[in-house]
Design a protein around this ligand. Structure first.
Ligand code: ADP
Ligand code: NA
Length: 329
């Protein structure tokens, strides 16, 4: 039987941080046993081997999953172009990233690439007929767009029209579903508590990078923003920092939410912070050790990425053949 498929990725435009890990990469690991999994390093500019090594260090197992670099599979850009012709401008104008950037810089100065980027992300997903896309909460809007574009293309070019052109008829694309984790879907900045932890935030103090040293982790946690309430608790809207730090602690310590509530309810920040720093270090140390081993073997990484790209190309070729046929090329 054909396995259901899972596709996801991270942009290597800075260091991979705890948000990327808890919101995305950590959750990919559990899926590779059940599904055909494809994990993309979405490059288009940057150094990619670091991110590839981190995927593996976090537990992605290449005997179960395909790991590859986006630009090694030209079909992503090819499909994007076909999808652009079925994407109303109004849909892209509603995308939050574009709206924010063009508001800051003026729409005349925003690049066409920024505007059409969601079509590339849609191609990343639809190319593989993905069933599921494990991502953090910030990607919800992108997955929703991918679903709408898939439905529109199915309607415009699929079914009887495709059959008339010699195809099998029916849907050209599967409609993908997001998989957003219960805990860790939106890890917040350590310094303002309001925005999400992000690679692009100017302050390195605002995030834990997966490769941060022990001393740096201790220092960042010591200095992170807290509040002046007594005791610690989840899900109090007045206490976003408290909820964020407890959630991080819950995931990296592997404990249940109730356990953490019980353990921490009477704690002061002064007691909790070293506990959190220790739990983070204990969780990240083995990842960092594996990363060092993997990054020391560039030939091994090249081989893995090349095998991953071969598998991705094979799967993507089916979609491209169908698309060209259905669109009358
Ligand atoms: P960034 O926004 O840091 O550049 P990417 O856009 O490369 O990260 O996102 C890669 C994955 O990490 C996506 O699935 C995204 O939803 C997830 N992610 C990014 N930031 C966070 C966060 N602060 N909390 C949870 N998940 C996140
Ligand atoms: Na993001």
């Amino acid at each position: 039987s054909v396995k259901k498929r899972v596709v996801s990725g991270v942009q290597p435009t800075g260091s991979v941080h705890l948000g990327n890990y808890l919101g995305a990469i950590k959750n990919w690991v559990a899926l590779q046993d059940t599904y055909e999994t494809l994990f993309i390093i979405v490059d288009h500019h940057a150094a990619t081997t670091d991110t590839a090594a981190l995927y593996l260090a976090c537990g992605i197992d290449v005997s179960k999953a395909s790991v590859f670099v986006q630009s090694h599979v030209p079909a992503h850009v090819e499909l994007m172009w076909l999808l652009c012709s079925s994407t109303p401008i109004g849909w892209l104008q509603k995308m939050i990233q574009f709206k924010e950037k063009s508001r800051k810089e003026g729409v005349e100065n925003a690049s066409v690439g920024l505007f059409t980027y969601p079509d590339l992300m849609t191609a990343d997903i639809l190319l593989y007929q993905s069933d599921f896309v494990p991502v953090g909460e910030d990607q919800k809007q992108h997955i929703e767009l991918a679903r709408e574009i898939a439905q529109r293309v199915n309607h415009l070019y699929g079914g009887k029209k495709w059959k008339k052109l010699g195809g099998r008829g029916g849907s050209l694309f599967k409609i993908p579903e997001p998989l957003i984790p219960q805990a860790g879907a939106r890890v917040m900045s350590l310094t303002d508590g309001l925005s999400k932890m992000s690679k692009s935030a100017p302050s390195d103090q605002s995030r834990i990078n997966l490769l941060d040293s022990k001393d740096l982790i201790v220092d960042k946690i010591k200095r992170c923003k807290t509040d002046s309430f007594a005791g610690l608790e989840f899900d109090n809207a007045e206490r976003p920092e408290c909820n964020n730090l407890l959630s991080i602690y819950q995931i990296v310590s592997g404990k249940k939410k109730e356990e953490v509530m019980e353990e921490c309810k009477d704690m002061s920040w002064g007691t909790f912070k070293p506990l959190l720093a220790d739990a983070l270090i204990e969780h990240l140390s083995p990842i960092q050790a594996r990363y060092q081993e993997i990054i020391a073997e560039p030939e091994y990484l090249d081989k893995i990425l090349s095998e991953g790209a071969d598998r991705a190309e094979e799967l993507g070729a089916v979609t491209m053949r169908n698309m060209y046929q259905a669109m009358g090329y």
